[in-house]
Design a protein around this ligand. Structure first.
Ligand code: SF4
Length: 357
């Protein structure tokens, strides 16, 4: 069950405060005849102090708390299951208000603490190596559901007051749910809340070019990661079908023109599939593609899963690929196989769970 903490009667429309940013909460308070600063207090209770019951918000006047119990609610994703890997990676299955479920993952010490959260239930992008893609898009998450995942993970991992990173690399394509994603990042960045600085947030996209260009003008701009996964249009067309609409040349030009912070870089994610995109020629083409782009490559040897028609390359193949990149002057890292014992491939916990049900 979604944790509906406070709720009005069925006859009274209730506002879900978890969907509101701070200005919206201030406006809601003014609309109720209260001073705007009550909205800031509410925001602080919810996002900074992790208090989700109006009764416990003790600096609000008792009559206001009583009214809020009838006229507002605070919902958040409910923890359904949690699986802890031997390496500490923890995968959370979270249930939303309509019973849909999404995954979120805590990845410790990389070297920072990182939360990987979802932006959609399912995904329309249909990447060939991804279980979530096989679900199709079921629905977008709301801003409150995206920010709520972070609140739940911060609570569960006891990291609320510690610095942590957020990666939007869970289920869904964040730029395909643009407005809710950006609103959630604004809520998370608010200094009166969790205050997660944009430089601690990485948004990963398969390459929705118009949305990347729009992102470049945002006041709260996360780091950008491109899920590249192929070095030719033919490869990408097969693995990442959005490439048929926005091809490699257009995507790389957009990256070349993307405004970066000082010393900022774009991360290029590259899932490695045995015999498909992991040859020395691929590595050399990849190095050429990155020419002129301040970037780094994150190699992701495939997390194999039932239903995915690809296999993971040998460590030797991965190392050869990485060395060619490195020799060409490209900064490269290889993802450790985190959480393999807990079905850490995107969508694996959910899809396998539903198969069993
Ligand atoms: S890899 Fe990402 S964008 Fe591609 S189908 Fe999976 S969730 Fe969607």
């Amino acid at each position: 069950m979604t944790r509906v903490v406070e709720q009005g009667s069925a006859a009274t429309p209730v506002k879900d405060f978890s969907e509101c940013d701070r200005p919206e909460l201030e406006a809601a308070m003014v609309a109720m005849g209260e001073p705007a600063f009550r909205g800031r207090q509410l925001f602080q209770w919810l996002h900074q102090r992790d208090v989700v019951t109006f009764d416990a918000m003790t600096d609000l006047p008792a009559p206001l708390r009583s009214r809020l119990q009838h006229q507002a609610r605070i919902s958040e994703p409910a923890l359904e299951t949690k699986q802890v890997s031997s390496d500490g990676t923890t995968k959370f299955l979270l249930r939303l208000a309509d019973g849909r479920r999404v995954e979120a993952v805590y990845i410790p010490d990389t070297p920072n603490q990182t939360f990987c959260v979802s932006t959609q239930v399912g995904c329309a992008m249909a990447c060939g190596f991804c279980l979530t893609g096989k679900m199709g898009l079921i629905r977008n998450l709301t801003a409150g559901e995206i920010a709520g995942q972070v609140r739940v993970l911060a609570r569960e991992t006891h990291l609320r007051t510690s610095p942590f990173n957020i990666v939007l690399m869970g289920m869904g394509e964040p730029l395909h749910n643009y407005d809710a994603t950006m609103k959630a990042l604004g809520i998370l960045a608010d200094p009166q809340g969790l205050a997660v600085a944009p430089r601690r947030v990485t948004l990963s996209t398969v390459g929705l070019v118009p949305a990347i260009k729009k992102l470049a003008d945002e006041p709260v701009m996360p780091n950008l990661a491109i899920s590249l996964h192929g070095t030719t249009d033919a490869q990408r067309d097969a693995l990442v079908p959005i490439n048929r609409k926005y091809g490699l040349e257009e995507l790389m030009d957009t990256c070349r023109n993307f405004p970066l912070r000082r010393r900022g870089r774009i991360t290029f994610e590259y899932v490695m599939l045995d015999g498909v995109n992991d040859t020395p020629d691929d590595a050399r083409r990849l190095a050429r593609l990155l020419d002129g782009i301040p970037g780094k490559v994150n190699l992701l040897p495939l997390n194999e899963a039932d239903g995915i028609p690809f296999t993971r390359p040998s460590d030797a193949r991965v190392n050869t690929f990485a060395k060619i990149l490195s020799d060409a002057g490209v900064t490269v890292s290889v993802r450790k196989s985190r959480g393999r014992d807990i079905r850490a491939a995107c969508g694996q916990l959910l899809v396998e769970g539903e198969r069993r049900a």
